[in-house]
Design a protein around this ligand. Structure first.
Ligand code: NAD
Length: 358
């Protein structure tokens, strides 16, 4: 007859055996996260499910660093990672066919190659359109009221107002190019200022179409009539260099241009010429062509090797922020939660509504 103590030991062993079986059956999926920062780590570690384990690589993903993804089950990438055909081929050789983008845009992916190699790529379609739209408004207000110059002056004990003259937004005409999630938020904020709003989108938003305060017009009308032009379309062949010499010529002298969407929508050289000729009165950008060479890095004791960006930095009517429009607590929470959910669905084969293509 086994003693009570022996029976208990047996029960414990059985329990441990069952637990081990359970643990073995729940595979830990390893994900190589590229371009990761401390804040990514903080938010992802808070929201990672038990069956996913992230390794946080600070380096950007590109054909050289792609080798780091060997022995992982998936890759997690961001806006300036280079997901070209070369990178995809390397990752694919490691038997990885899952990429979780922790952003909305996917212009940095060679989609044709990804399809050919049968990748599954998910993204975070919406994490906080408010964050990005609010940042565009912030750029517009800081440019208009010369906030940077006034902070510098006051810090130097200079309380002179000359040179800080702004204009009322109220009654001005705002042109919005792209009225998806972010463009619509931007429109709603600008309505509060009492501006006239002109919109252009290949696929107008029915809610805005029905709004008597808003008018959908052709692009040329936006260029001709707007005091402020804000770009919220995604980057695609139709929007690449949408703002260039010829379109700038159609704009009102002194126009304010805002771009929180993607850098290549604006031809940087042409905008520099527009600023030099004073045809462009203000430029507020959170994104710029070739930003991947410098953004998200501390170059304060280095050099800015991109001459166009360096030239833009010399104008006192230009504000550049380093792709920070998305950067709010709410957005980081939603990005980490949705990315983990996308990965879980990819690993378990459950349907996922966030695939870039099926
Ligand atoms: P969305 O897909 O909801 O909206 C994009 C809109 O652009 C759509 O309505 C589409 O019809 C329109 N569009 C496409 N081609 C066009 C064209 N040729 N002319 C006019 N309109 C066109 O996307 P969203 O969530 O509003 O985001 C917009 C863009 O903002 C993203 O693609 C991304 O590049 C950028 N973004 C930037 C940041 C940041 O931190 N700076 C963060 C998130 C998104």
């Amino acid at each position: 007859m086994p003693s009570i103590a022996n029976k208990n030991i047996f029960r414990c062993k059985k329990l441990l055996f069952n637990l081990n079986i359970k643990n073995f059956s729940e595979k830990i999926n390893r994900v190589a996260m590229f371009s990761s920062k401390e804040y990514d780590k903080r938010y992802f570690l808070k929201n990672t499910p038990q069956n996913i384990e992230f390794t946080f690589f600070e380096t950007q993903l590109n054909p050289i660093t792609a080798k780091l993804s060997e022995n992982y089950d998936a890759v997690c990438a961001f806006v300036n990672d280079d997901i070209s055909s070369q990178t995809l081929e390397i990752i694919n050789k490691f038997n990885i066919n899952k990429i979780a983008m922790r952003c909305a845009g996917f212009n940095n992916i060679d989609i044709n190659k990804a399809k050919e190699l049968q990748f599954k790529i998910a993204r975070v379609i919406e994490y906080s359109p408010f964050a990005v739209a609010e940042h565009a408004v912030c750029l517009a207000m800081a440019l208009n009221r010369r906030i940077k110059q006034s902070i510098d002056r006051v810090r130097d004990g200079n309380f002179e107002l000359d040179g800080l003259l702004g204009f009322d937004f109220h009654g001005k005409t705002v042109g919005v190019i792209g009225t998806g999630k972010i463009g619509t938020c931007f429109v709603n904020i600008m309505k509060g200022f009492g501006t006239n709003i002109l919109c252009y989108d290949k696929y107008p938003n029915p809610v805005l179409t029905a709004d008597p305060q808003i008018k959908y017009v052709e692009l040329d009308e936006i260029y001709k009539n707007s005091d402020i032009i804000s770009i919220h379309s995604n980057l695609n062949p139709g929007t690449f260099h949408l703002i260039e010499e010829q379109t700038i010529k159609k704009m009102k002298p002194g126009v304010m241009i805002l771009n929180v969407s993607r850098g290549p929508i604006i031809n940087t050289r042409d905008v520099i010429e527009g600023l030099k000729s004073r045809h462009i009165g203000y430029l507020g950008i959170d994104v710029v062509e070739k930003e991947e060479e410098i953004f998200f890095k501390d170059l304060s004791s280095g050099i800015i090797s991109n001459d166009d960006i360096a030239r833009l930095m010399t104008f006192n009517n230009v504000i550049i922020t380093g792709h920070q429009a998305f950067f709010t607590q709410e957005a980081l929470t939603n990005i980490s939660l949705t990315t983990c959910d996308n990965l879980s669905k990819m690993f378990s084969g459950l349907p996922c509504g966030n695939y870039i293509f099926n």
